[in-house]
Design a protein around this ligand. Structure first.
Ligand code: HEM
Length: 231
């Protein structure tokens, strides 16, 4: 594995294997997939409690009572797991001027005209939107969840507060699931993106096409390598 100068990238890719750029460490990927797993478990157990039509989902968790018992604990675990993700990624998701340029070009993005897109850093405005909306929604779900966690906190709030908390909790969960579906769609649909979270690296072509500024920074940092094994 060696860092390579930008002017050599194309020739290296052509002759000696694929140019790859490191995007996530192993720890970051494990943290991400634990968060994704917990989100899935929370969603399924939450939906099971949400509507009688979905009650059959309680079968996945050993019945109605155990689903009710385990759901809030998934929430606590997700809060902790997401907190670690948050600490690692909040800085990279801070808004920048490039976000406005990116949003102005949304038509080109939808039409796949990547040659017209502005050079942007590690994350685009859409990814940042997912990050901050999930941050806000997970906090709302967590604190509204505490208000309705009768097993431990029944005595601390009144019935009126519990009603509002339940409504807020359900609305936040629906919004969070809808936004995560967009995140999954983008991650799986945009060619070459999923390997970022699976193998920890992306191809030089992907980086240049989608995150040109980040690609340049990665080159300077020496995060661009030749991957002969996976070429
Ligand atoms: C099965 C479900 C999921 C899939 C397939 C998925 C896929 C991906 C992929 C491919 C990336 C890399 C994107 C890139 O580097 O450009 C990513 C990044 C990320 N994902 Fe997921 N993800 C899933 C669930 C989740 C969940 C549930 C959360 C949090 C609630 C989450 C939070 C993040 C964060 C914070 C990043 C880093 C990017 C950023 O900070 O904006 N993901 N995901």
């Amino acid at each position: 594995m060696s860092a390579i100068a930008p002017e050599r990238q194309a020739s290296v890719a052509d002759t000696d294997g694929e140019v790859v750029v490191s995007r996530y460490t192993g720890v970051q990927r494990v943290n991400h997939w634990i968060t994704a797993l917990l989100f899935t478990l929370l969603g399924l157990s939450g939906l099971a409690l949400f509507s009688p039509y979905l009650f059959f989902l309680t079968g996945l968790f050993g019945g109605g009572q155990s689903t009710r018992a385990v759901h809030p604990w998934f929430g606590v675990a997700l809060m902790l797991s997401f907190a670690v993700l948050f600490v690692r990624f909040w800085r990279l998701n801070m808004p920048s001027r490039d976000d406005i340029t990116w949003m102005i070009h949304i038509g080109d993005i939808v039409r796949n005209r990547h040659d017209r897109l502005p050079a942007i850093g590690k994350y685009n405005a859409g990814q940042k939107g997912v990050f901050w909306s999930q941050t806000a929604l997970i906090l709302v779900m967590f604190f509204s969840g505490l208000v309705i966690w009768d097993q431990y906190f029944f005595a601390y709030t009144g019935i009126e507060q519990k009603r509002y908390a339940l409504l807020t909790h359900s609305l936040a969960a629906i919004a969070a699931m809808a936004i995560i579906l967009v995140h999954i769609y983008a991650g799986l649909w945009i060619r070459g993106t999923s390997r970022a979270m699976i193998r920890g690296s992306v191809t030089g072509g992907w980086a240049r096409r989608h995150h040109r500024k980040w690609f340049k920074q990665a080159t300077l940092r020496g995060d661009v390598h030749r991957d002969v094994g996976h070429g």
